[in-house]
Design a protein around this ligand. Structure first.
Ligand code: TRP
Length: 425
């Protein structure tokens, strides 16, 4: 008796695992009409759209990412994050259908968020927050994010982020957060008197950002890997605690919701090349806004003269010749990585060939400065255009927030039902 009970339990668990893995790819069907551009499939609050022309299933893949609006964005933010978003957007949101291995269509929806709620986890200046938020959004657009393919929004414009963060705070063990490397680093720099509780729970807010959209792909820099793992752990814990068994099914039925687990596990998309841009004054630490010396970073909006000066003064080493990937020469590797990253059409071999006869940094630095200036120039020009048209920016952000709100509210509602809240009637 006991034995057969156990067997049936195991079978049920296997069924559950199967169902939950297939529900990851919440299936959606989309119109194959050529009239509607194959871009943003469902900005509606629902995750399924009607079949129109064919009955073939299409999977919605959602990509979500964000950057903090702390002052002006630097080369590390741009090369390590925003530029990758543009690449994914252009690759996955073309007019032609994108198919998976089985020939099913994948429709990609992109959400790029200016994470202003994260920006206040460190002391911030209220005089600057509004401007840096707008500047960041404008820079996303200037770098090539296309609002007809991707939604751009400000995190604080979608209140579900704060609310979800609270709900998730209550299911996240303290000791998971105590392990976060970034918290330990930032807290050390701040001194304990100035460390807000928000800094501690920052990764929970990030998990809320991701889980609200059921984002299965999250492009981030290497330094965010641990935060993404935390988001996966929170997903598992939440689904395990609240999305199982008959009582859950009953709550879902009463709320007319499907009784699948509320969250899906996000996958990091960590891009290696150029994803880690280091400081110009210390090749072992990340290029960062919080470093007091502005000479340690290239800001995307720095004028050409400033860029040339910073490169002229940046740290190199006293080894002979120019060399890539020698662990004892982190500055050399960083400068060459930047050189490659700002020339996306070139290969590493091609660059090695170019530099093999250079004997000093004095010969290399002007080339590097030129390449950076040339790469950033068109972005800076587009930035000026976008910033000059406040109405346009406001419209993009309003539209982004509306689309984001629809999806976020749906997930928040399901989360409340799973946790057993009284749902307002
Ligand atoms: N913590 C991320 C960083 O500093 C920014 C971020 C906040 C983010 N929420 C996110 C990135 C959600 C990806 C997805 O880079």
């Amino acid at each position: 008796m006991d034995y057969s009970f156990r067997i049936s339990m195991v079978m049920m668990m296997m069924m559950f695992a199967f169902l939950s893995s297939s529900s990851r790819a919440f299936t959606t069907t989309v119109s194959r009409s050529r009239i509607t551009p194959r871009r943003f499939a469902s900005a509606s609050s629902s995750e399924t759209t009607e079949v129109v022309a064919t009955k073939k299933k299409a999977r919605v893949r959602r990509i979500l990412s964000g950057v903090q609006p702390t002052g002006s964005l630097h080369l590390g933010n741009y090369l390590g994050a925003i530029r990758q978003w543009v690449e994914f957007q252009d690759k996955y949101c073309s007019e032609e259908p994108v198919l998976d291995e089985e020939g099913n269509e994948i429709v990609t929806e992109n959400f790029f968020c200016v994470v202003d709620l994260h920006a206040i986890t460190m002391p911030h200046d209220p005089k600057e927050l509004d401007e840096s938020t707008k500047a960041s959004a404008a820079l996303y657009l200037a770098a090539g994010i296309d609002p007809s393919k991707s939604k751009v929004f400000v995190q604080s414009h979608v209140p579900a982020h704060s609310e979800m963060a609270w709900l998730l705070n209550c299911v996240t063990p303290m000791n998971w957060l105590e392990r976060m490397i970034q918290f330990k680093d930032k807290a050390k720099k701040q001194g304990s008197e100035n460390v807000g509780v928000g800094l501690f729970t920052y990764p929970v807010l990030m998990a809320a950002d991701i889980l609200l959209y059921k984002a299965d792909q999250v492009p981030v820099g290497e330094d965010q890997r641990q935060h993404l793992e935390l988001a996966r752990d929170i997903t598992r814990r939440f689904n395990e605690l609240f999305c199982k068994g008959n009582p859950y099914k009953k709550r879902c039925k009463a709320a007319k919701l499907p009784s699948r687990p509320v969250f899906i596990e996000p996958n990091p998309m960590i891009v290696k090349t150029g994803a880690r841009v280091m400081s110009l004054t210390d090749g072992t630490s990340k290029m960062s806004k919080s470093e007091p010396n502005d000479g340690s970073r290239i800001n995307v909006l720095d004028p050409p003269k400033v860029i040339r000066d910073k490169i002229k003064r940046c740290k190199t080493d006293s080894f002979e010749g120019i060399e890539w990937d020698n662990p004892d020469r982190p500055e050399a590797t960083n400068l060459l990585n930047i050189y490659l990253a700002v020339q996306p059409n070139r290969t590493k071999e091609d660059i090695l060939e170019e530099i093999k006869d250079l004997s000093s940094w004095g010969q290399f630095k002007p080339k590097l400065a030129d390449a950076i200036v040339e790469h950033l120039e068109p972005i800076q020009q587009r930035y000026e255009q976008v910033r000059a048209d406040e109405d346009y920016l406001n419209t993009v952000l309003r539209d982004g927030a509306t689309a984001a709100n629809g999806i976020a509210q749906t997930t928040l509602h399901a989360t409340r039902v799973a946790m057993g809240f009284t749902i307002p009637k």
